[in-house]
Ligand binder design. Structure first.
Ligand code: NAD
Length: 316
């Protein structure tokens, strides 16, 4: 099985499909959207890049027909509304929870063995909802947050250090929210040298603050949420799983005691391979970072509670 389905052919979904195609991750991509003709149009446009970029891929676009997604190895869920300037991700919860619940049910009917990558916001809550209602083992429901937030952390560090961002190693754990994410300063390095030895505390504090509102900064500039880095981050995760690359990055997964938390989906370092989240990796973080992670988990739990209070956990 090598088919990858992307649900939602909007900004993030179409970018994810484009990166998957350009990186030759699979020859079989399905884009599905609820908007009549939209996924068909995006697929046709992508197929017309084939001779221009010298790749081979088959992108199929469909409106609402989940039978076209049958036997997908990976399903990337991007369907839902994005935030507008001055909105938080949490404000999207009601609309997006209904959409995510609906599309997950339909997609799993045709691809019961798929691994799900959850992108729709508020992502940790959507990941928790999916993990709880889908009946899938927890290693097959993985949320995109830390990979993107980590890329933004690396970007801001590289700007300050004036180096190529690829020479930076940095991780962001915790919830995928402006106030909940936890950039791990203690473990960030430039070519193995701790950034704490290269930048002042004031500079590092400013970088952490910029990272946390990285999404909001772009939403303000663009009028909607960002898509290039989110789409590429989702594609990175799909590639590591499909090609069994065993890449380590922070993702939202259902915890069962790891990092001191249970019954919550939140960002932690994981190993992504053929089985999905093959391992939750224990990073040696500081007491301060551990406390920030705990506070992040509390905030994330309160968003999950909204789902409980709204009746979203009734069986599929
Ligand atoms: P978008 O509006 O460009 O695209 C969303 C698409 O979903 C639309 O084309 C819409 O028609 C489609 N859709 C809605 N309901 C559907 C359904 N039932 N079935 C199939 N398709 C449906 O939005 P976007 O910028 O691509 O963002 C998508 C989601 O991803 C948003 O919730 C956004 O907040 C989230 N997001 C998450 C991250 C992350 O790191 N987790 C990053 C960026 C965006």
């Amino acid at each position: 099985m090598s088919k990858i389905t992307v649900i939602g052919a909007g900004n993030v979904g179409a970018t994810c499909a484009d990166v998957l195609a350009k990186r030759n991750v699979t020859a079989d991509i399905v884009l599905i959207d609820v908007k009549e003709g939209f996924a068909e149009g995006k697929a046709m446009d992508l197929m017309q890049t084939v001779t221009l970029t010298d790749i081979f891929v088959r992108v199929t676009g469909v409106t609402g027909d989940f039978s076209a997604t049958a036997d997908s190895a990976i399903i990337v869920v991007t369907s839902g509304i994005p935030r507008k300037p001055s909105m938080t991700r949490e404000e999207l919860i009601g609309v997006n929870a209904s959409i995510v619940k609906d599309v997950v049910k339909k997609a799993l009917t045709y691809s019961p063995d798929a691994t799900l990558i959850i992108v729709s916001n508020p992502m940790d809550a959507m990941c928790y909802l999916t993990a709880k209602i889908s009946g899938l083992p927890r290693h097959k429901v993985i949320g995109l947050g830390g990979k993107l937030d980590g890329a933004r952390f690396k970007y801001y560090l590289s700007q300050s250090l004036q180096v190529n961002a690829n020479d930076i190693e940095a991780t962001v754990i915790g919830g995928h929210g402006d106030t909940t994410m936890v950039p791990l300063v203690s473990l960030a390095t430039c070519k193995g040298v701790p950034v704490t030895q290269l930048l002042s505390k004031e500079k590092l504090d400013a970088i952490v603050a910029a990272t946390k509102v990285g999404g909001a900064t772009l939403t303000k500039l663009l009028g909607t949420s960002a898509w290039y880095a989110p789409g590429a981050a989702a594609a990175f995760m799909a590639e590591s799983i499909l090609k069994d690359k065993k890449r380590v990055c922070a993702c939202s997964v259902l915890l069962d005691g790891e990092y001191g938390e249970t019954d919550i989906a939140i960002g932690v370092p994981v190993l992504l391979g053929q089985k999905g989240c093959e391992k939750i990796v224990d990073f040696p973080i500081t007491d301060e970072e551990r406390a920030a992670f705990k506070a992040s988990a509390e905030a994330t739990r309160s968003v999950n509670q909204i789902l409980y209070d709204s009746g979203f956990f009734l069986p599929l």
